[in-house]
Design a protein around this ligand. Structure first.
Ligand SMILES: Nc1ncnc2c1ncn2[C@@H]1O[C@H](COP(=O)(O)OP(=O)(O)O)[C@@H](O)[C@H]1O
Ligand SMILES: [Mg+2]
Length: 227
C-alpha cells in the first residue's frame, strides 16, 4: 500500500508568494493496482506524483510505502529509494535531445553501478519488450511520438521499479497511441507493478484496466471512485 496521511505541500514557504499546492491529503493506493489522479490543471496532480515518487518531500504529513515511512528520510536515502523502487514517465517525456534512445534509457541506471555491458543488455531488453528496440541507436529527437513514448517508458522501467508513475502521458498523443499506452500499462499491471497516473484524459480515466480514480480539486482529494 502507498499511504498518505494528512499530507500537505507548500511552495515558497513563508514568502509572499507561498502556495498551498496540496492540503490534508489522505489516500491509500494498493500496490499492484492502477490508480489515476484526475483533476483540472493546477489541482495538484503533479505535486502529488512527486511526493508519491519520492522526488520531493511533503511539508506536513506522512507517506508510507509498503509500511515503511518514507516522508522523513534524509535526501540521500530518498534518492536511493526513488531510483530503486520508482520509475517516472514525465509530462512531455523529458527525453534528452542529442543522445540516442539507448543512452536515454540507460541514464537512470548509472548510479546503480552495473557493469556497462550488463546495462546495455538490460536496456536493449526493455526496449525490445516495448517494441522500440530497432530504434536504439536513433537520436531521440528524430523519433515519432509513439516511439518517444515507448523510450520514455523504457527509461522508467530500466531499474525494474515496483511503482511506475506517469504524468499526463497521453496529453499529446492521438487515439491510437493512447490505446497503445493503455495496453502497455495493462501489461505492467499483469507483471505485478503498481501504476499511478495523473490524467484528465477520458481515454485513460474510463479505461477498463484502471482500478481507482482519485478526483482532485484545488489541492485536495474530492473523492475516490473504485472502478
Ligand atoms: N515549483 C513550484 N513553485 C511554486 N508553485 C508551484 C510549483 N509547482 C506547482 N506549483 C503550484 O501548485 C499548484 C498545483 O500545481 P500542480 O501540482 O502542477 O497541478 P496539476 O499537475 O494538477 O496541474 C498550482 O497552483 C501550481 O501553480
Ligand atoms: Mg501537472
Amino acid at each position: 500500500m502507498i499511504e498518505l496521511d494528512q499530507v500537505s505541500k507548500r511552495f515558497n514557504e513563508g514568502q509572499p508568494n507561498e502556495v498551498l499546492a496540496l492540503r490534508d491529503v489522505n489516500l491509500q493506493l494498493p500496490l499492484g493496482e492502477i490508480s489515476v489522479l484526475e483533476g483540472p490543471s493546477g489541482s495538484g496532480k503533479t505535486t502529488l506524483l512527486t511526493l508519491i515518487g519520492c522526488v520531493a518531500r511533503p511539508s506536513e504529513g506522512r507517506i508510507r510505502l509498503g509500511g515503511e515511512l518514507v516522508s522523513n528520510l534524509p535526501e540521500l536515502h530518498l534518492a536511493e529509494l526513488r531510483r530503486r523502487r520508482f520509475g517516472i514517465v514525465f509530462q512531455r517525456f523529458n527525453l534528452i535531445a542529442g543522445l540516442s534512445a539507448l543512452d536515454n534509457v540507460m541514464l537512470p541506471a548509472y548510479p546503480l553501478g552495473l557493469p556497462h555491458r550488463r546495462l546495455v543488455e538490460r536496456a536493449r531488453e526493455v526496449m525490445a519488450q516495448l517494441s522500440v528496440g530497432h530504434r536504439a541507436e536513433a537520436r531521440v529527437e528524430l523519433l515519432s511520438g509513439g516511439e518517444m513514448q515507448r523510450v520514455a517508458i523504457a527509461r522508467a522501467l530500466i531499474n525494474d521499479p515496483e511503482v511506475l508513475i506517469a504524468d499526463e502521458p497521453t496529453a499529446n498523443l492521438d487515439g491510437r497511441l493512447a490505446g497503445q499506452f493503455l495496453e502497455i500499462v495493462a501489461a505492467l499491471k499483469a507483471q505485478g507493478r503498481t501504476l499511478v497516473i495523473a490524467s484528465h484524459d477520458p481515454r485513460i480515466i474510463e479505461a477498463p484496466t484502471v482500478d481507482r480514480v482519485v478526483r482532485m480539486a484545488d489541492g485536495a482529494v474530492q473523492g475516490v471512485r473504485r472502478c
